[in-house]
Write a protein that binds this ligand. Structure first.
Ligand code: SAM
Ligand code: CA
Length: 254
């Protein structure tokens, strides 16, 4: 650091907020600039975004909690991933208005299934007409309520063990490790669990006393604990992707 508190790194010197470097929180990406993120969206994502997903995204943008919605680049990634692994039976914890759910439903074959859970049905129902119009609602089994008791019920029956090809977790971050204990039984050996927001706006690497918004401070320790636990878990291989707010993919190996 120089005397004025500015880094002496010549590259860092070239960055100013007005260049589009994003210094604030609440962004959908950890990239070095908003301009670069916009470039990705406009060049590669929006031109290929299926019409129903665009409609759902635009509808959700008017909703007061739209910050929760899965970003379009992450939706595109999920869609590609599900096709690559030939996913047929999936689960989603945390639906909101359904962007990731619809991205999943569009990627699955006609007889594919998604067990979707959220404590809030109202938000799911905002997106449901668009999901129905897209002709994929028959793939979705939506359960209103907390996910944990549903998972406990599934785990109780051996027939459900090792049956899910893909599970996307995007709900209450303080419960991710509780979910993991159950999901590891339910996902196939060779199947994937994706934990979303594992970089938590970059706050997982911020100094402990950083002045962060309350919601980041509250959930940060849970994500830091999760990240450590996943890295140590011998039952999975992991890959932490810096797409969107961080997605950790866990491939069950035993
Ligand atoms: N995947 C969604 C999308 O693409 O728009 C975003 C999900 S949003 C980040 C988190 C969701 O988790 C909220 O809709 C919230 O109601 C739900 N949620 C919170 N606690 C939950 C719980 N215990 N069980 C199930 N859902 C929960
Ligand atoms: Ca998310």
């Amino acid at each position: 650091m120089g005397a004025n508190g500015i880094s002496q790194d010549p590259f860092i010197h070239t960055w100013k907020p007005e260049d589009g470097a994003h210094l604030g929180f609440g962004h959908k990406s950890l990239l070095q600039s908003d301009g670069l993120y916009q470039y990705i969206l406009e060049t590669s994502v929006y031109p290929r975004e299926p019409e129903p997903l665009k409609e759902l995204r635009e509808m959700t943008a008017k909703h007061p909690w739209n910050l929760m919605s899965t970003a379009a680049d992450e939706g595109q990634f999920l869609n590609m991933l599900l096709k690559l692994i030939n996913a047929k039976k999936t689960m989603e914890i945390g639906v909101y208005t359904g962007y990731s759910l619809l991205a999943t439903a569009l990627a699955l074959p006609q007889d594919g299934k998604i067990l979707a859970m959220d404590v809030n049905r109202e938000h799911y129902e905002l997106g449901l007409p668009i999901i129905e119009k897209a002709g994929v609602a028959h793939k979705i089994d939506f359960r209103e309520g907390p996910a944990l008791p549903v998972l406990d019920q599934l785990v109780e029956d051996d027939k459900n063990h090792g049956t899910f090809d893909f599970i996307f977790v995007d709900a209450d971050k303080n419960n991710y490790l509780n979910y993991h204990k159950r999901l590891i039984e339910l996902v196939k050996v060779g199947g994937l669990i994706g934990y979303d927001n594992t970089l938590w706006n970059g706050s997982v690497a911020a100094p402990a006393d950083s002045p962060l918004p309350e919601y980041l401070i509250y959930y940060r320790p849970f994500l830091m604990e999760l990240n450590k636990a996943l890295a140590m878990d011998p039952r999975i291989e992991i890959c932490m992707l810096s797409v969107s707010d961080g997605i950790t993919l866990c491939r069950r190996i035993k």
